[in-house]
Design a protein around this ligand. Sequence first.
Ligand code: ZN
Length: 494
Amino acid sequence: MSSKPVIRFFLTLITLAVLLIPPYTDGVLAQEPTPQPTAGGAVYVVQPGDSLWSIALRFRVSIQALTAANGISNADQLNVGDRLVIPGLEGIRGTLTTQIVPFGETLRSLSRRYRTPVETLVRLNHLTSPGELYAGVNLVIVEGETPATPGRRRTLAPGQSLLELAIQDGVSPWVYLLNNDIKSAAVAAPGDVLLLPQSEATNPAEESPAASPAAMPAAMPAAMPDAIQKVQLTPLPLVQGKAVVIEIFGEKDLQLGGSLNERPLNFFFDAETGSYVSLQGIHAMAEPGLYPLVISATLPGGAQFAFSQSVFVEAGDYVYDPVLTVSPETIDPAVTRPEDAQWAALTAPVTPEKLWQGVFQSPAPPPYSDCWPSRFGSRRSYNGSAYIYFHTGLDFCGGVGTDILAPAAGRVVFAGPLTVRGNATVIDHGWGVYTGYLHQSEILVQVGDLVQPGQVIGKVGGTGRVTGPHLHWEVWVGGVQVDPMDWLLQPYPR
Ligand SMILES: [Zn+2]
């Protein structure tokens, strides 16, 4: 007798069992069918890092209202990708998601980009003033159609009509209306950032400036000049103790400048990426919050622009070291301040030649290359002081006499003894990037030497104010110490 009918019988039974028995889950959220958006309702897709509490806070609804609307009984069962109905957003249809606001966008330009009315963005994000729209803020948007095709940015000058701008660009005003989801030309306002699709863009070299110096307002324009197409900040939000890479894509021969929290920015043209790049360190103890970023540009014709927007700096992930006990003169400002000033002054000049390439190699040879007794940024208290100090470098294992290697090409700008830092070397890698080597037993380079990656530049020691011999390695960017680990893990500018 064939066994096939028997097998088929059991397969049918198993199929029925699968269909009839609900899958085992220990949380109601995973068990309940995904709530479908009610008519006119808005659905939020749970993002990594979200909790019911953070979602409730974001949409200003109570946790009770949120759980009731979604039939949730176990808040621990919230999964990334779950779709939650947000109560109280009647009239807003679609899927809500979050987007980090890039530098240089306004509420109006974001409204066009995401084809969402300004009023909806304001309502979704409970914005009360334009100042709340800063670079790095996590903005709730309605995910709908494909975002508008990125293209060249154009800005309406005061007194300029959309028709005039269109004539200047040699395109029909309808191109602007259609590409920017504007219902009528009268809706466009001065300072609005409009997108002109790449294929419609005129050759920038042939273009008469959209805003002649005479037509430009004396005050800061509300949007980026059209000569600048994009300003990219990496990372965004900015992070304490990390270097930010500011990359500007725009027309040729721009003279760019600016400041980040009043620290001047220096831009260099990067032929590899065709962008202007500025690197700036964020102080490890900078208070998390908003800081002004100003970008200024002088066009080849001489017209000048400046654009300012707040950017968000978030806290880094730094530990608190146990209270350290040192001899009091080690932290005596009379001793430390002059040397700190001398040390900072060494890293202040910004040389235009970029000497490094890609990722830095470890300044310590194997087996010490990835042995770190103390990391950058840890908060420190000396002799019971407040935690007002931080570890300014990355410490490497290795005893007296261990080789110290240049992590990248650069020019030696300091080599000599210091009271606190001991025998120290500073190397300039260009573009405002410096590295420092402290407490050496021997220095094997001289000021002016051009060093190559892997070159032995000194020996580990215990000179200066140390508890034991080790290499303390610092990386400076734009006059600020940053986490050297980042430079061992990723290439800069990218
Ligand atoms: Zn150290």
